[in-house]
Each structure stands twice: as structure tokens, then as C-alpha cells.
Design a protein around this ligand. Structure first.
Ligand SMILES: C[S@@+](CC[C@H](N)C(=O)[O-])C[C@H]1O[C@@H](n2cnc3c(N)ncnc32)[C@H](O)[C@@H]1O
Length: 236
């Protein structure tokens, strides 16, 4: 027995292979830094002003349709308060507005992304949609009361932060719990995390609600998905 009274020393901290898989972190990457996204959106903003191209829509157009289809299936009212976490160029906000949703907010920590999104929305006469420069990881208590929170690629980016992906993920969970109302819907689209890993990560405070169908591929006789899209409900 050690000084902590444990019969096997650090037994409590030894994780099973399954736990290690579920909690593994990715090699950090520049995609996890604010500098990277500032560069991307400063360039995209220039391009948009030059030729009107909005730039990349992560996971493609179908990822937006998938989210909207799910909101319809869930009978989410048109005036539900919807937050797009890490909105980028704001394309999802445009599609949501075109689909009849009227109470939309987008946030992004990149000032250039916010400016680009505002330009894109203005072009579609949607300047009434709120887009704010907010770091989701340090917004505790300031973003509240959303019936729906949507994340398309932002949790993925946060998971790649070279400084501290683990801290980032913990702050993300706290901010999400603060932003979403009790029983509210959280839709996440990820290419970094599998369904099992997302279920494990969001197990506290959220209940798995449904999986959104994404294209599958066959490899070595097994079927897999390169993109995972899940819906959770906030339960505490
Ligand atoms: C992969 S892009 C996805 C953009 C958009 N959601 C889409 O689907 O096209 C990730 C986005 O998350 C934003 N982001 C990353 N970390 C953030 C944070 N801590 N707070 C707010 N936005 C963040 C980036 O600026 C970028 O716009």
C-alpha cells in the first residue's frame, strides 16, 4: 500500500485500452490555433470582397442540409434560439435563415471570420442575424438560453490546440452546458472523433439522442464513416 492508501500505487490513474482509445488526443496542429483561422479568414475575406466567393464550407453543402433536416425532424420551432459555434463564413446561418429559422446567432473567435460572415449575411439581406466575436472557451456565463447549439468542425479544431487540447475540451463542455437550455439540442459534426469517442466525451450532462446519417465507406471488409454527426440533449 502506498502513502495514499492505495494497494496498487497509481491504480486509479491506469486506464484500460478502451479508455485510452476513447480519450486519446490528436497530434496538435496549426488548425488548433487562432493564428491559423485568422489567416484563413483574412484571406477569405479579401477573396470574398474581390470575387464574392465565400470560401470553404466545412464538410460540404450536404452537412448543412443534414443539420436542417434534423431540426425539421425534431420539430424545432422557427423562433427557437439557435447558436452556431465557430460559424466561420456564416454559410450555415444563411441556410438556416433560408429554411425559416428566425432567431439565429453565430459566434467565432476570429475577427476576420466575423467580418466575413457579416458581409455574407448582408449580401443576402440577413443583417439582422447576430454574429459576434467570442472565444467559446472563455465565454462562461455570457452565452446562455439557446434551444439549439450547432458545431460543425469547431470542436475538431479545439481538439487540435497545441497548447492544451485537454483544457480546451473541458472549457468547451462547460461553455456548452452554460449556453444550452435544459433539454436543448446539441448537433455536432466531426471528422476527428468517432461516434464512440463523442458519446464518451459528452457523457456528462448530455444524453445521446440520435445519429445523423453521413456517407459511409468500406475498407478491409468493414464499414466506416469519415464524418460523424450526432445529436445530444442537455440533461443537467
Ligand atoms: C473547421 S472551421 C468550421 C467553420 C464552420 N463551422 C463551417 O462548418 O464551415 C472551425 C471554426 O471554429 C472557429 N473556432 C475555433 N476555436 C474557436 C473558439 N475557441 N471559439 C470560437 N470559435 C472558434 C474557427 O475560427 C473556425 O471558424
Amino acid at each position: 500500500m502506498d502513502s495514499n492508501g492505495s494497494a496498487h500505487g497509481n491504480q486509479d490513474t491506469i486506464k484500460s485500452d478502451e479508455e485510452q482509445y476513447l480519450e486519446q488526443d490528436f497530434t496538435s496542429s496549426e488548425l488548433g490555433t487562432k493564428e491559423y483561422w485568422d489567416d484563413v479568414y483574412q484571406r477569405d475575406l479579401r477573396t470574398y470582397k474581390d470575387i464574392g466567393d465565400v470560401g470553404e464550407i466545412w464538410f460540404g453543402e450536404e452537412s448543412m442540409h443534414r443539420v436542417i433536416k434534423c431540426l425539421r425532424k425534431e420539430n424545432v420551432p422557427a423562433d427557437a434560439a439557435v447558436l452556431d459555434i465557430g460559424t466561420g463564413n456564416g454559410s450555415l446561418l444563411v441556410e438556416l435563415a433560408k429554411s425559416g429559422f428566425t432567431n439565429l446567432t453565430g459566434i467565432d473567435y476570429s475577427a476576420a471570420a466575423v467580418e466575413l460572415a457579416k458581409n455574407v449575411l448582408e449580401q443576402d439581406d440577413l443583417s439582422n442575424i447576430k454574429v459576434e466575436e467570442v472565444d467559446f472557451l472563455s465565454c462562461a456565463g455570457t452565452l446562455t438560453g439557446f434551444d439549439v447549439c450547432i458545431d460543425k468542425g469547431t470542436f475538431d479544431a479545439i481538439s487540435l490546440n497545441p497548447d492544451s487540447a485537454a483544457d480546451g475540451k473541458a472549457h468547451y463542455l462547460k461553455a456548452l452546458q452554460g449556453a444550452l437550455t435544459q433539454g436543448g439540442l446539441f448537433l455536432i459534426t466531426s471528422c476527428n472523433w468517432t461516434k464512440e469517442q463523442l458519446l464518451h466525451f459528452f457523457r456528462q450532462g448530455f444524453a445521446f439522442h440520435r445519429e445523423l446519417p453521413t456517407p459511409s465507406f468500406m475498407f478491409g471488409g468493414k464499414t466506416g464513416h469519415s464524418v460523424t454527426a450526432l445529436a445530444f440533449k442537455r440533461v443537467q
